[in-house]
Design a protein around this ligand. Structure first.
Ligand code: ADE
Length: 291
């Protein structure tokens, strides 16, 4: 009996040893399976990275305006394949002058401009943003229907109300002096396009001052010149540029002067607003052709 159980025990041990050897060899097989899977994953990810760069080539350009007359000509010339409404705002997806674009009338003022810009970036993954529209001429040399391409922008209405009146604050900007940058290359293309449409004498590059105010005051124009060295004022540009800078998306701001932001501004704006809006849109078309 004892002999029998020893033989039985040794048989059990032998089987156990064989089983564990088999398990090891299975584990080796499994590890080779895993590594061949990781090779194929690596191949897939290198394919994916080339797909990503191809995809960035085909990302659309976001074009944003405040008002319908500023977008009208672009919408007319574009081939729109789809319109998505987000937050009550229509985003028109299509092509314009051979470029993939998303066209949006974001709405008037800084908050709508910032919201529209954020949607263009987050929902439509735009590769760059062009703002086009009208503005009040602030620089003495800038006349009605001239064009201003922003070199940078500033929020002229951000600051503190004190017992001594309004005191501007630089904190809402990107740079220490409160300015907000634009993309140099895109702005250069905008300048060249503007010169090709209007001629050099009618195109200016300089600072644009943005605030939630329609400026119709010669006194305030002097303030914008002296405090900010601004050559145009409007109500959206700095908000678009501020959000674009935050997301590191290249942007430019193109504005045609509908008025001189002085006491006569409301009348001048009524007379020249639509023509100015079309001029600016024509410059965007020329810009897209050159890209
Ligand atoms: N857009 C066109 N003209 C303007 C002005 N005078 N002030 C602010 N925004 C404007």
């Amino acid at each position: 009996m004892k002999k029998m159980s020893r033989a039985f025990l040794s048989a059990v041990l032998t089987v156990a040893l064989l089983l564990s050897l088999a398990a090891c060899s299975n584990a080796d097989n499994h590890s080779s399976t895993v590594s061949s899977e990781s090779v194929s994953t690596a191949e897939t990810s290198s394919e994916a990275s080339s797909t990503v760069s191809d995809a960035s080539e085909s990302k659309p350009i976001g074009i944003i305006t405040a008002m319908s007359n500023e977008l009208a000509m672009l919408l007319e010339k574009a081939e729109i394949s789809e319109t998505k409404t987000i937050g009550g705002v229509d985003y028109n997806i299509g092509t314009l002058e051979g470029q993939d674009v998303v066209l949006v009338q974001g709405g008037i003022g800084k908050s709508m401009a910032a919201a529209g810009t954020t949607v263009l970036i987050n929902e439509f993954d735009v590769k760059s943003i062009i703002f086009t529209g009208i503005a009040g001429g602030v620089g003495d040399e800038v006349q009605v229907l001239d064009e201003v391409i922003a070199t940078d922008l500033v929020f002229h209405d951000y600051g503190n109300q004190t017992n001594d009146g309004f005191v501007w604050d630089a904190a809402a900007g990107v740079n220490e002096d409160g300015t907000i940058p634009v993309d140099e290359e895109l702005s250069k293309k905008a300048y060249e396009a503007a010169v090709s449409v209007l001629g050099e004498d009618h195109v200016f590059q300089g600072r644009i001052a943005t605030g939630d105010q329609f400026v119709a005051s010669a006194e305030y124009v002097t303030y914008l010149q002296e405090e900010f060295d601004a050559i145009a004022c409007e109500m959206e540009g700095a908000a678009v540029a501020r959000i674009a800078a935050q997301y590191e998306v290249p942007c430019c701001v193109i504005r045609a002067m509908s008025d001189k932001a002085d006491g006569a501004a409301h009348d001048t704006y009524e007379n020249f607003g639509d023509t100015a809006a079309d001029n600016s849109a024509s410059i965007v078309l020329a810009m897209l052709q050159s890209m």
